[in-house]
Write a protein that binds this ligand. Sequence first.
Ligand SMILES: [Zn+2]
Ligand SMILES: [Zn+2]
Length: 247
Amino acid sequence: MWKIRRQILDLFFPEFPRCVWCGERYQPYYGLAFCRRCLNRMPLITGPVCLRCNRPLRGERNDLCEQCRLEVLFYEQGMAVAVYDGLMRELLHAAKYHFRPDLARGLGTLLAAWAENEKRLEPVEVIIPIPLHAQKLMTRGYNQAELMAEPLASVLRRPLLTEVLHRVKPTQSQSKLSRQERKANAENAFLVTDCAAVAGKKVLLVDDICTTGYTLSAAARSVLLAGADSVRALTVAVGVLEEEWLR
Ligand SMILES: [Zn+2]
Ligand SMILES: [Zn+2]
């Protein structure tokens, strides 16, 4: 059925773009790089969320999650488009490890579509993607967070600063570490080399995933030390369950 549909679309609408994930031609909407079928499979955040970090909550209403009750993170507001689960897990994994810069940029169109009319982004003056360590950038060939931030920056019409924040500590992969190890791993990982670019500014940090929030928090701390007025953070996905970070 889908194969026939694809052939028909190919025949009659060769000018339609192909979905960056499934390759199906689709009628573009809101500048998104994904077809509706893929979009419908994404675990977009809809239900109750933590007011501070945007993590989905089990309860009935918006509240603070367990982590935000117990810990102080250096960014004042976390935001995310989807839950790190299902198809979103596959997409982010491929964007990072399967050399898919096109997919990384495609995921950025999700951020851009989400950002339009988002009140919490209005005060933002500059956008900074979370950098990779130089060594990792060399082997991966691109910084996925930077590619994801590009469509967002052009929709918000804010400068994208890519040479201001640097990752000075080659961090281990966070995924196999305990919560405390993750925290130590992220500490002092970042350095701002151009303080004038952020001084007095309301900064938005952009990354692919927020699990514990420690990476974003460490980056936010560096940016605040460099004189930024405030820091918010936006990620494509946020870690799903409260239990996950409590482990
Ligand atoms: Zn698709
Ligand atoms: Zn929270």
